[in-house]
Design a protein around this ligand. Structure first.
Ligand SMILES: *Cc1c(COP(=O)(O)O)cnc(C)c1O
Length: 391
């Protein structure tokens, strides 16, 4: 960052104007609470809870008093920045109800720092992520009855910021709305733990150096809808995003991607994922998998000797490892699905197939998924990753 950008950032991050005054929170409860849908009917992000949180930013007044109120539409000027220029970013996180009846969030600080960075990248008004986290916790407790009480189920939380400046000049929005909506969720993929298929494509790229791929900004996603539709029409579940002439492997759909490769020195397995070079979304699940894989206690408990690696690898690497019988698992990882196995990857008319396992996931996938789920649901204490919400 150069000097002027730095100064600009500092002046915008005026300590007062980025705070949400939680002491002014108002709570309006719905008069018509919805009936809870049966958990087995839940589709990802299709049903929303009774309430939402909302707070608006005005350039001379800062953030308004936070509100929790019944879930309802938002009214916007047709010339609003977010509608015209996609000045919108979001987060995806979950609240879990443990068998002990306690509600927990998983590494929410990482989501808040990422939301701060995404908003900054779009020159949206600054805010204090810890205040937003406080608001999230209050909202979750208001709609606590919506958290399904089954293992593998949770309440998906979608904090969102939109630029609401009205007018067509192509400039930063200095008005914004920050809102939080929540959706009870079950397994991400309709087929549950069944492995997914990927179509690796060259025609479109998800992200590029200097772009916004490392941020959770709205504009990253809609350009992926058409490729996703094409992949679906050819019978594939997700797109595998590549980059560069050498077809570097980056991410799968809206998830990070990890492969498990048997080492040729006999010392266990390499767990390989693309490095955070600005084109890869720094996933909380990705970071968790890398940390766990490198943890001697985890390795011992699971009898898996793992070597986590963040490195560039290509479709020819995958093809070669597969031909050598060393490509054992490919995993899509993210908050929504946690860990999902891949059973085939199609690329330029050829198909790489992966070993299939009875449970859907291979040994590394199972170990990571079970451990992360246990931490999320409060059955396993690990480095303070799981944060209890106290009433
Ligand atoms: C959200 C997201 C991920 C996963 O991040 P988590 O923090 O693990 O949920 C990965 N890739 C993309 C493109 C994403 O939007």
């Amino acid at each position: 960052m150069n000097g002027t950008q730095e100064e600009h950032k500092l002046s915008k991050l005026d300590a007062r104007s980025c705070r949400l005054d939680m002491s002014k929170l108002t709570l309006t409860l719905t008069e018509s609470p919805k009936e809870l849908p049966p958990p087995e009917t839940l589709k990802f992000g299709a049903t929303f809870t009774d309430h939402m949180a909302i707070v608006t930013f005005h350039p001379s007044k800062g953030w308004s008093a936070p509100e929790i109120k019944p879930y309802s539409p938002i009214s916007l000027d047709p010339a609003a920045s977010c509608l015209q220029y996609s000045s919108t970013c979001f987060e995806g996180m979950k609240a879990y109800l443990g068998a002990d009846g306690e509600v927990r969030l998983y590494r929410p600080d990482l989501n808040m720092r990422r939301l701060e960075r995404s908003a900054q990248r779009l020159a949206l008004p600054p805010f204090n992520g810890d205040d937003v986290l406080e608001l999230i916790k209050r909202l979750v407790m208001v709609d606590k009855r919506w958290i399904p009480s089954f293992s593998g189920y949770s309440l998906y939380i979608r904090p969102t910021i939109i630029g609401t400046q009205s007018g067509l000049p192509v400039t930063a929005s200095d008005h914004a709305i920050l809102f939080i909506i929540m959706s009870p969720s079950g397994p991400y993929f309709p087929q549950g733990l069944r492995p997914v298929s990927l179509l690796a494509i060259r025609e479109n790229v998800r992200a590029w150096p200097g772009g916004t791929g490392g941020h959770k900004v709205g504009g990253n996603y809609s350009p992926g809808f058409l490729p996703q539709q094409i992949a679906s029409s050819q019978g594939y579940d997700q797109v595998l995003w590549l980059f560069g002439k050498d077809a570097q492997v980056t991410e799968a759909g809206g998830m990070n991607f990890i492969v498990v490769v048997k080492r040729d020195d006999g010392d266990g397995y390499d767990l390989i994922t693309a490095p955070l070079d600005g084109t890869i979304l720094p996933g909380v699940t990705r970071s968790s998998c890398l940390t766990l894989a490198g943890d001697p206690c985890f390795q011992q408990a699971t009898s898996l000797r793992l070597h986590p690696m963040e490195q560039v690898y290509t479709m020819s690497d995958l093809t070669e490892w597969s031909a050598q019988g060393r490509l054992l698992e490919a995993l899509c990882i993210g908050t929504a699905a946690i860990v999902a196995a891949v059973h085939k990857i199609a690329f330029e008319g050829k198909v790489i197939t992966l070993p299939e396992h009875e449970s859907g996931l291979g040994p590394v996938g199972v170990a990571l998924r079970e451990k992360i789920l246990a931490i999320q649901e409060g059955r396993d204490e690990y480095q303070g990753w799981s944060v209890m919400i106290s009433e």
